[in-house]
Design a protein around this ligand. Structure first.
Ligand code: 5AD
Ligand code: SF4
Length: 350
């Protein structure tokens, strides 16, 4: 093992704040170093977050999107995708099913679809919270501050808005018409409005370096996010980046482990994308820092159309099967299912 790796890992073990250079050294780990990195990340996860894995049932309620991100299958210009929108009663029905199975958090995710006004979404959140004993997370992209506020007042607990990459130039190139500064500003708004805030990034984007990944982690530390979703970029042939190589499992897991050391109290999912590039990807992620899993609760009829990237795991599964699969992964990893809402440890409900 490299001397600088041993030093950086030692600092992390002593819970000292890691610099960008140290994060680069950690993410650059070779095979032997990776084993040590994963083991410490697992230990830090255990110490700060315990052995519970929180289950968040995700409902992908619309695949319409007005944005045109170069990496994503839901992009506006993708004419090969058949588009759908779930009705409010379909969303509630799916949520009831998820809650009945045992999900204590419901995540409502969609492309950026203004068909669902803030009032409609606020009503949906309100009904969801009234009818079920669940926490609600929204993941619906850019909205006005007033809209976020309306949804928060209706009872939404958390908001996911990934920064995707901390490289401002790369961000602007991959997400036409938007900027990293705007995204970071939204994360600030969401925090001010009292949401538990989640961000995250993709690993293996074209033009990204190890320094970028270290910067992604630092950005999340600086913005004080309570959730960090890290997954590989998976090329989609229906997008302009279809021919680019995707992110590897090894680099994804090293980034996740380094993120756990820098953000010991953050909730981190074993992402679906990680499970897509490797059959045991989510299991492995739970062993190097992750403590959340997000079974897909979208009705089977719509699943294949929520094709952000190809080969998404569980496309033909029912919600029951997706839930059972998540249970199995938790069990295989020697962990137990969270019994509470799985709020951020820093979150105060009073
Ligand atoms: N590969 C992996 N993840 C992707 N996302 C979008 N496109 C891809 C892709 N090709 C992720 C982004 C976004 C979420 C909706 O899906 O991180 O936040
Ligand atoms: Fe739309 Fe989000 Fe996909 Fe961009 S990443 S095209 S905003 S769904």
């Amino acid at each position: 093992m490299r001397a600088e790796f041993i030093e950086a890992l030692g600092k992390a073990a002593d819970l000292q704040e890691l610099s960008k250079e140290e994060l680069v050294v950690l993410i650059d780990a070779d095979k032997e170093e990776s084993a040590a990195l994963f083991s410490l990340a697992d230990q830090v996860r255990q110490q700060f977050m315990g052995d519970e894995v929180h289950i968040r049932g995700i409902i992908e309620f619309s695949n319409h999107c007005t944005k045109n991100c170069l990496y994503c299958g839901l992009r506006r210009d993708n004419r090969q995708l058949s588009r759908y929108r779930m009705t409010i009663s379909e969303i509630l029905e799916s949520a009831h099913k998820a809650a009945g199975l045992g999900c204590r958090t419901i995540v409502l995710q969609s492309g950026e679809d203004s068909y669902y006004t803030a009032d409609i979404l606020a009503d949906t959140v309100y009904l969801l919270k009234k009818e079920m004993d669940v926490a609600v997370t929204l993941s619906i992209g850019d909205r006005l501050r007033e809209e976020y506020q309306k949804m928060r007042e209706a009872g939404a607990d958390r908001y996911l808005l990934k920064h995707e990459t901390c490289d401002a130039e790369l961000f602007a190139g991959l997400r036409p018409g938007t900027s990293l500064a705007d995204r970071v500003n939204r994360l600030k708004w969401l925090g001010e409005l009292g949401f538990q805030v989640g961000s995250g990034n993709m690993v293996g984007l074209p033009g990204q370096t190890v320094e970028t990944l270290a910067g992604d982690i630092l950005l999340m530390r600086e913005t004080g996010v309570e959730m960090a979703g890290i997954g590989p970029f998976v090329p989609n042939s229906q997008t302009p980046l279809g021919e680019c190589p995707g992110g590897t499992l090894a680099l994804t897991l090293k980034t996740l482990a380094a993120a756990r050391l820098a953000l010991p109290r953050a909730h981190m999912p074993a992402t679906t994308a990680t499970g897509t590039i490797d059959r045991r990807g989510r299991d492995k992620a739970l062993r190097c820092g992750a403590n959340v899993i997000m079974p897909n609760m979208t009705p089977p009829a719509y699943r294949a159309s929520y094709q952000i990237y190809p080969g998404k795991t569980g496309l033909s599964d029912t919600p029951e099967e997706s839930y059972a699969r998540a249970m199995k992964i938790v069990e295989n990893a020697g962990r137990r299912v969270g019994t509470g809402y799985g709020h951020s440890p820093d979150y105060c409900t009073i």
